[in-house]
Design a protein around this ligand. Structure first.
Ligand code: DX5
Ligand code: ZN
Length: 219
């Protein structure tokens, strides 16, 4: 079954815990926490303290997306705060293998994210080591942007590689996911859908989560 990861970037920050619990009640699987530093991306959001505030108070798996330079300097803090998945951007890691191993040694799941313009080939020698590949379907930095359809072949190619090499990694897609674009990315091979603005502005968020979870997985 497809997993749904609401992005709290689009939640009401004045009542974050209630928002997270509401998503849990509606059947969400993961909670996607977007960390931005104003350097790698042109926006600043939240840090380990927010993860720590939610940790132990919601049942959702805490999925932390690090859109920051030098992510290796913050892995330990996020781990201690309660992050269960730490995803770093390949574009920020000249020593990606080392960063992935550091995350895993701490006992966290390790993910790697790719911007829309970054080719899948940069992960050729690391695919066996990661628990998740996050294909960005917008340029990271803001919620509420339009889905970039040019990433669909990248999702298909990754799904094909996953089958060919019998990899156990999850394919996560993030950016511009709504009920229409979700159909396309799941057909292409996505396992986990991040959704922010479409979900939090939906009149029927519970129905949306349930509809996404029931999408037929791609072949
Ligand atoms: C973008 C973030 C996304 C974003 C998703 O930089 O990584 O997680 O919040 O929001 P929507 O679904 O509105 O594109
Ligand atoms: Zn994200």
């Amino acid at each position: 079954m497809i997993k749904v990861a609401p992005s709290i970037l689009s939640a009401d920050f004045a009542c974050l815990l209630q928002e997270a619990r509401r998503m849990e009640r509606f059947g969400a699987d993961w909670l996607h926490i977007d960390v931005m530093d104003g350097h790698f991306v042109p926006n600043i959001t939240m840090g380990p303290l927010v993860v720590q505030a939610l940790q132990g108070r919601v049942g959702l798996f805490l999925d932390v997306h690090l859109m920051i330079e030098k992510p290796q300097d913050f892995i330990s803090q996020f781990h201690q705060a309660g992050a269960q998945m730490l995803t770093v951007h390949a574009e920020t890691c000249p020593h990606l293998h080392r960063v992935i191993q550091t995350i895993k040694k701490m006992g966290c799941k390790a993910g790697v994210a790719l911007n829309p313009a970054t080719p899948l080939s940069c992960l050729e020698y690391i695919l066996h080591d990661v628990d998740l590949v996050l294909i960005m379907s917008v340029n990271p930095g803001f919620g509420g942007q339009d889905f970039i359809p040019a990433v669909l072949p990248k999702i298909r190619a990754l799904a094909q590689e996953k089958r060919k090499r019998a990899l156990t990694l999850d394919i996560q897609v993030d950016g511009g996911i709504n009920e229409e674009t979700a159909v396309q990315v799941v057909e292409a091979g996505a396992d986990i859908l991040v959704t922010g603005s479409a979900l939090f502005s939906s009149a029927e968020p519970q129905n949306m989560i349930q509809a996404l979870k029931m999408l037929p997985a791609g072949k």
